[in-house]
Ligand binder design. Structure first.
Ligand code: MG
Length: 168
């Protein structure tokens, strides 16, 4: 059914949290950073990609990450989160939706985000196949408010309906 709002942009919001654990690879936005701690999790624990994936699924009106890729399913053990993101983008594309911008806030004490911000942003833009000026990422610290070390990511994405080619 079509309606007057069909071509309006759609906003998606995603959020993720992982404990940080000594000796785990520190993967953020698909980039491995040098850090003594990394996100614990069933998959690679990439909180940035998990938040963006849920934002894409949310904007597209699809089930969330945990529903599509349950952590009880052994096939997702240590899975690369890039697979989740690309699967979500493909599902959205199947509905005629493509991502046009993304913004992320990352909260953690380790690693420090600022020295890696440009590299993370470039990596995200590459993952989303977007120009750099439509992808952003900001790092914040917990200000010592957490009793356990963790990493938290919040993402918003904007998605647009790609006009279908009409008969020529
Ligand atoms: Mg997660």
């Amino acid at each position: 059914m079509s309606d007057a709002f069909e071509t309006f942009p759609r906003i998606g919001l995603g959020w993720d949290l992982h404990h940080m654990q000594a000796g785990r690879p520190c993967l953020l936005a698909g980039l491995r950073l040098e850090c003594p701690v990394g996100p614990a999790g069933h998959s690679d624990g990439d909180a940035v990609l998990h938040a963006i994936t849920d934002a894409v699924l949310g904007a597209a009106g699809l089930p969330d990450l945990g529903t599509l890729f349950p952590d009880t399913d052994p096939q997702w053990q240590d899975a690369s989160s890039e697979r989740f993101l690309h699967a979500a983008l493909e599902r959205a594309a199947g509905l005629g939706l493509r991502i046009v911008s993304a913004d992320v806030v990352l909260v953690c004490d380790r690693p420090k985000v600022a020295p890696h911000r440009d590299a993370l942003r470039k990596q995200l833009a590459r993952q989303l196949d977007l120009p750099l000026d439509r992808v952003n990422l900001k790092g914040k610290t917990t200000e010592g408010t957490r009793t356990e070390e963790c990493i938290e990511a919040t993402a918003v994405v904007l998605m647009m309906l790609v006009p279908r080619a009409g008969p020529s």
